[in-house]
Design a protein around this ligand. Structure first.
Ligand SMILES: *Cc1c(COP(=O)(O)O)cnc(C)c1O
Length: 402
């Protein structure tokens, strides 16, 4: 076997990432181990992907069983795991139809293309404006970074797709002013993830719904991070008592196996007629078999209720830490999507806390430079939360004393 190390990354990988020094080689539940056998508590969860932890035995089994049966066919044929998964998604959500992709960005790409197609076919080509929000994140393809509201991700990639307007998130007044008959879609994350764990106000979500109805615009919820149990509901739209027209899912959907999905109401799905869109791997049997098992486990009431209980314990522990060290302005986000927003004097230092936590064998995330983020397995135990919080407190003490 080729001998590799962290240095190999700098030698042979495109420098678009800057990975930490530790290279995990094995995972089980909320634990990870590196080559030297050091054990880590994982509250990063592959950035909200490993919703059932690492190597959940039932997912491993689903992968093995399907792996010995059938992996891939092409879309000239359909396959049973894809049909089963789509049926479950339709039965348990607002949606009538499902399109499978391999990632979140691709699911969003499908959603944005659907919105444009629906509008141009039903109302004409002038209806092409996509309204999106500042700080939002929707993926890294050229269309999805352009819809996303973080200019740093589009700089240097111009010319960009046109017809996209970025407004202030949660600002009803501005939205009302800008939305028009030209608007073909309004897209938002119910909790902005990469943008800093910022939840949408209920009134804002309701207004988006109302305006989409009024102007025949497609209401797209990007639930790639908030979806699949993360908030304690199967999808975060369920917290708001409204239904979007189109919803995208990925990350937790496959529990670590790459898969994405776009869910849509019949009326809108009809715009993607035969031949209008596609994906070679999207809906492959292997990915769908794993996701189908993940869906069964995540959608159980026991797991969803557990998310809310676990969040309460996180809140209690984080509050105790904050009373002692006074570093967070607020702890926000829904369920097990937790954002600890740093106080003014610590702005820009989320990475310092993340690196210090790793030295205490705890894996955390950032959501921008000012927010420490946690997105652990939905199955994280009370003992693991307590152990992780002890490590987090030590890391904070170190940063403050440095
Ligand atoms: C991660 C993420 C994406 C992009 O998903 P990829 O699988 O990386 O393409 C899109 N939207 C949101 C809200 C995300 O969190």
């Amino acid at each position: 076997m080729t001998d590799v190390s962290r240095d190999t990354f700098d030698q042979v990988m495109v420098p678009n990432y800057s990975p930490l020094k530790v290279i995990p080689v094995k995972g089980e539940g909320c634990k990870l181990w590196d080559k030297e056998g050091n054990e880590y508590i994982d509250f990063a969860g592959g950035i909200a992907v490993n919703a059932l932890g690492h190597c959940h035995p039932e997912l491993v089994n689903a992968l093995k069983v399907q792996g010995e049966k059938l992996w891939h066919l092409s879309n000239v044929f359909t396959n049973e795991p894809a049909l089963e998964l789509a049926q479950k998604m339709v039965d348990n959500t607002f949606a009538d139809k499902v399109f499978f992709a391999n990632s979140g960005g691709e699911a969003n790409e499908a959603a944005f293309k659907l919105a444009r197609k629906y509008a141009s076919e039903n109302f004409g080509p002038e209806k092409n404006e996509i309204i999106s929000f500042k700080q939002s994140f929707h993926g890294r393809t050229l269309f999805t970074v352009s819809v996303g509201g973080q200019p740093k991700y589009t700089q240097g990639f111009e010319p960009l797709p046109q017809g996209i307007t970025h407004l202030e998130y949660n600002n009803i007044e501005e939205l009302v002013k800008v939305v028009s008959d030209k608007t073909c879609a309004i897209v938002l994350e119910p909790v902005q993830g990469e943008g800093g764990i910022i939840p949408a106000d209920k009134a804002f979500v309701e207004k988006v719904r109302e305006l989409c109805d009024k102007y025949n615009a497609v209401m797209i919820f990007d639930e790639i991070q908030t979806g699949m149990g993360r908030t304690g509901e199967l999808f975060a739209y369920m917290l708001h008592g409204i239904e979007p027209d189109v919803l995208t899912s990925a990350k937790a959907l496959g529990g670590g196996f790459p898969i994405g999905a776009m869910l849509a109401k019949e009326k809108f799905a009809a715009a993607l007629k035969v031949g209008t869109h596609g994906s070679t791997y999207g809906g492959n049997a292997l990915g769908c078999a794993v996701a189908s098992k993940a869906f069964d486990i995540i959608s159980s009431q026991e797991v969803l209720n557990g998310v809310k209980e676990k969040r309460n314990l996180f809140n209690t522990k984080l509050q105790m830490i904050n009373e002692k060290y006074e570093i967070f302005d607020e702890v926000r986000g829904e369920g097990l999507l937790i954002g600890c927003a740093l106080k003014e004097e610590y702005l820009g230092r989320a990475r310092d806390f993340m690196v210090a936590a790793l030295e205490q064998n705890l894996m955390l995330l950032m959501a921008g430079p000012n927010v420490v983020r946690m997105a652990p397995s939905l199955l994280v135990t009370e003992a693991e939360i307590e152990q992780g919080m002890v490590a987090f407190e030590k890391a904070i003490a170190k940063v403050l004393s440095a």
